[in-house]
Design a binder for this molecule. Structure first.
Ligand SMILES: [Cu+2]
Length: 229
């Protein structure tokens, strides 16, 4: 998506600041807004019939909360990555098997959103991605759907056991968190209560972009002044 319509309503300086050539979206480890790069894994293991999830912290991975990077002024290709443009986003969190997990063929691990918090008025969304392990058939950025998942509490997603990083997006500065229940179910998602589920919470933070926002604000004031005089 380009930004022509946005630029028309702003002064030239802001337009130049907001224009960018189309680029490939950053891979999940490189989506830190603070520079604290790397993958932050939620390690899933099964002991007997009990699931465990361990969200890695330093030195295993970046500290919580992770900082969302800015997609403002970005032009990402392929086009399905447009959902990141003009938003803040982060994909450092990833679901990863901690050791070998063995389940009957009619059982699967499901991840269900149980709660989410975000700044007042903000939109907090998740888009399905995957892993960068192109040596595995069906893995790698070309296969990431960017479909919205975990849209509301109770929405669940079937995990295939391969490392899974998704893009979490926000649109306002502040704190974001999403909580999940990881459970064993049948292939339609109905829970098998002979297994004990586990929980995990992913935390994010967004800081505004002072320079860019100030520039856009000044340009908008100038435009409004000219129009209404
Ligand atoms: Cu990973």
């Amino acid at each position: 998506m380009n930004r022509i319509s946005f630029c028309v309503s702003l002064a030239a300086a802001a337009c130049i600041a907001g224009t960018a050539a189309a680029v490939t979206p950053p891979m999940p480890p490189m989506t830190s807004g603070s520079g604290d790069a790397g993958m932050k894994h939620a390690l899933i293991s099964l002991t007997g019939t009990t699931l465990h999830v361990h969200v890695s912290e330093p030195p295993e991975g970046p500290a919580s909360p992770v900082e969302m990077m800015s997609g403002h002024g970005a032009d990402y290709e392929p086009a399905r990555f447009d959902v990141l443009e003009g938003k803040f986003f982060n994909a450092q969190h990833g679901w990863l098997a901690d050791g070998f997990i063995s389940l009957p063929t009619d059982r699967a691990i499901w991840i269900e959103r149980t709660a989410a918090t975000q700044p007042p008025g903000a939109e907090f969304r998740v888009y399905e991605a995957g892993s960068g392990m192109t040596a595995i058939p069906g893995e790698g950025m070309p296969f990431w759907t960017l479909d919205e998942i975990y849209a509301t509490d109770g929405d669940s997603w079937q995990w295939d056991g391969v490392m899974q990083h998704d893009y979490y997006t926000g649109d306002l500065p502040g704190d974001y968190a999403m909580s999940f229940r990881v459970y064993v179910g049948d292939l339609s998602g109905a829970e098998d209560i002979t297994y004990t589920p586990a929980t995990a919470t992913f935390q994010f933070h967004v800081v505004p972009e002072p320079a860019a926002w100030a520039l856009a604000g000044l340009a908008a004031v100038g435009w409004a002044t000219r129009r209404w005089r």
